[in-house]
Design a protein around this ligand. Structure first.
Ligand code: NAI
Length: 239
């Protein structure tokens, strides 16, 4: 028996990096995966490779969210797993970040995850499901060079636990958990570092394995939880 056999999963920003690795692993473990992204070419190619589906989806747009969730339900009859993953980073501190940059980062990360939870719950509340939200170590520590990104990730952390409690209070069989990846070798990190990440940096599969667990029924007793995936970096003094 595969670990997410028969489940329907929607992953945002799945054309690249962590989302792509998550899509490949969930599909290999039996899920039907809806790849969503603003990068149509890469998204379509991946969907074909994993026998899933692609839909163009800008996570900032509520209309796109409605379309993406409706697509999942129409095509596959339900939505079991939602991974809020799409993201970008702007390298700028509190003095150099413009309001426009701050709003852009919050629109993608904070508002995008809010819209995903809101519309995901609607689709999942009868039959149940698992929502997996992607934060970052920058939600747990001070990272001055990425002030907008860090504050948006902090919002995702709070949102995720609030959604978990809300679903329990309402009696919806929906779990909501949040992951905090450390440095993972993806185009986003390479762009932020301005160089290829050094050997020993985490790989997208390291995060995908945690997402697989949270997507599967193996984690059925886990909600409102926080998963740091950083090979212990954040427990060190000075991290
Ligand atoms: P990536 O750049 O490889 O992939 C991000 C994907 O999101 C791209 O395919 C991009 O087209 C898509 N995207 C960007 N804006 C979008 C929008 N408005 N709507 C829909 N899709 C959009 O980046 P990576 O590293 O895979 O990042 C994935 C998530 O993991 C992000 O939320 C990021 O903040 C988070 N993360 C990444 C870490 C790392 O070291 N790579 C560390 C901690 C968190």
């Amino acid at each position: 028996m595969k670990r997410v056999e028969g489940k329907v999963a929607l992953i945002t920003g799945a054309a690249s990096g962590l989302g792509k690795a998550e899509a490949i692993l969930l599909a290999r473990e039996g899920a039907k995966v809806i790849v969503t992204d603003v990068n149509d070419e890469a998204g379509r190619k991946l969907a074909q490779e994993i026998d899933g589906a692609f839909i163009h989806h800008d996570v900032r747009s509520e209309d796109d969210w409605r379309r993406a969730i409706a697509f999942a339900v129409e095509r596959y009859g339900k939505l079991d797993v939602l991974v809020n993953n799409a993201g970008i980073v702007v390298i700028a501190d509190i003095e150099t970040t413009s309001l426009e940059q701050y709003r852009l980062i919050h629109a993608i990360h904070s508002e995008g995850t809010f819209l995903g939870c809101k519309h995901g719950i609607e689709a999942m509340k009868k039959q149940g499901g698992s929502i997996i939200n992607t934060a970052s170590l920058s939600a747990l520590r001070a990272y001055p060079p990425v002030v907008a990104y860090a504050s948006a990730k902090g919002a995702i952390r709070s949102l995720s636990m609030t959604v978990a409690a809300h679903c329990q209070d309402k009696g919806y069989p929906i779990r909501s958990n949040v992951i905090f990846p450390g440095n993972i070798d993806t185009p986003l990190l390479e762009g932020a570092m301005g160089m290829k990440p050094p050997p020993g940096t985490g790989q997208p599969e390291d995060v995908a394995n945690a997402v697989l667990y949270l997507a599967s029924d193996e984690s059925r007793f886990i909600t409102g939880a926080e998963f740091v995936i950083d090979n212990g970096v954040s427990i060190r003094p000075g991290a």
